[in-house]
Design a protein. Structure first.
Length: 431
């Protein structure tokens, strides 16, 4: 591991380790990435084997138990996914986006660190042993189907990847797991879905949750396998099955275990489950319970909204088509109770991925600009959360300041605080 620096006042810096050195071993254990370093550097007595200018140096370090060395490394190389899933969203990206959006991540380390889902197909004995030894728990695993012929068809496998054996090994060694099924109508539903759910239920002691999410299809599927979208009758029938399973599982272990994504409820036209039904929202980032959480927090915040703004102002709310219904029914009416506040709900069509992609998080900057420009920006444009990446960019690399200049209006990404939205409008009013 190439060292690019040491933190100011760190143990490593004081010991004489320099940028450009390469860390080879800690206490005789080879290190490959940051997780190895974090795992092995916790001991009080350390021997570091470091390469410098063709020589190997040994550093003996005494420190407090658990204290970090303060080493900084080059970014670790990410393991790619070895599957060729017929529904892979990466294959459905339009051309011309940033390179990262075309990379298929299949790294168990990112699963542990950030909750990324992996299929575990590339997890051989060494990876499984490392997960267990270093307690890289929880792991987030895309299962999709446990029926082998269906797995081969769905995931482009060339042979049995023994997914249940891997899950069983992790389970028996106390590794917590969150699992998911991307449901493709006519392929991994029906009897195949039933088998998958029952197979995973056998490991419910350490499989904390199982989410079922609908396949996402864009307009850029040229030459790819033809797949069906989820419609209202399909969603309603599926929810009947999932709720029956949940009742049985809850009776057996005290939690629902199996959870349907919000999209199924919205497509089905059914009320969302109560917050307690999500058992702490273990699949929140997978779109399971996200809408319920948003609405619960909004209704609590709505009771603290100001009675009036100093002057008449217009708030423009931007959303994707999927969320438009509950925004129109529950959010807009509550905001309109604030005197001098006009609320415009702008439902943005996804011109990047196509009209069938309706989630707000996949709207590009151009999608937002086109939709808002037609109605007018008002005094503040409020965007949905999760619409930007960590660098503050939309999918098309537009930034919020660029969007503000194009619309000639302030643009905020909603951070969960309605009070700050009202303050921004009020400050705008006084100016």
């Amino acid at each position: 591991m190439k060292i690019i620096g040491t933190q100011e006042g760190s143990i490593a810096g004081e010991a004489g380790i320099l940028p450009g050195d390469e860390l080879l071993e800690i206490n005789g254990q080879r290190v490959q990435d940051n997780l190895d370093v974090r795992f092995y550097e916790g001991d009080e007595a350390l021997e570091l084997k470091v390469a410098r200018d063709g020589e190997v140096l040994l550093f003996d370090i005494e420190k407090d138990d658990g204290e970090a060395l303060g080493l900084e490394f080059e970014e670790m190389k990410i393991l790619s996914c070895g599957n060729d899933c017929i529904f892979c969203f990466v294959d459905q990206n339009p051309k011309g986006l940033r390179n990262q959006l075309y990379f298929r991540d299949g790294d168990y380390r990112l699963s542990f660190m950030y909750g990324n889902y992996t299929t575990m197909t590339n997890a051989g004995p060494a990876i499984l042993r490392r997960i267990i030894t270093q307690r890289l728990s929880p792991q987030y695993i895309s299962v999709h189907a446990t029926d082998l012929p269906t797995r081969i068809r769905l995931m482009g496998l060339k042979k049995d990847d023994h997914i249940l054996e891997k899950i069983g090994l992790l389970h028996d060694n106390g590794i917590a797991m969150h699992t998911q099924i991307v449901l493709c109508p006519g392929i991994n539903d029906g009897a195949v879905l039933e088998k998958t759910v029952e197979d995973l239920w056998q490991y419910h002691e350490h499989i904390v949750s199982l989410a079922v999410v609908p396949v996402g299809l864009t307009d850029h599927r040229f030459g790819l396998t033809e797949l069906r979208r989820v419609d209202r009758p399909y969603a309603r029938k599926l929810l009947d099955s999932i709720e029956a399973w949940q009742a049985r599982f809850r009776k057996a272990c005290g939690r629902g275990f199996l959870y349907a994504s919000d999209e199924f409820y919205i497509v089905a036209g059914r009320p969302l489950p109560a917050a307690k039904s999500y058992d702490g929202f273990p699949q929140y980032e997978n779109g399971v319970g996200m809408t319920r959480t948003f609405l619960t927090k909004f209704h609590a915040a709505a009771r603290r909204l100001p009675a009036a703004l100093p002057k008449r102002r217009t708030l423009t709310l931007v959303t994707g088509r999927l969320a438009a219904g509950f925004m129109e029914e529950e959010v807009v009416p509550a905001l309109k109770k604030v005197k001098n506040l006009k609320v415009e709900l702008v439902v943005a069509r996804n011109t990047l991925y196509g009209k069938s992609v309706t989630v707000s998080g996949l709207l590009s900057g151009k999608c937002v600009y086109s939709a808002v420009r037609r109605k007018g920006a008002g005094h503040l444009v409020l965007l949905p959360p999760d619409i930007l990446n960590a660098d503050g960019l939309f999918l098309d690399d537009m930034s919020v300041p660029q969007l503000e200049r194009s619309l000639n209006a302030p643009v905020h990404v909603f951070d969960g605080r309605w009070g700050s939205v009202m303050r921004s409008l009020s400050q705008n009013s006084r100016s």
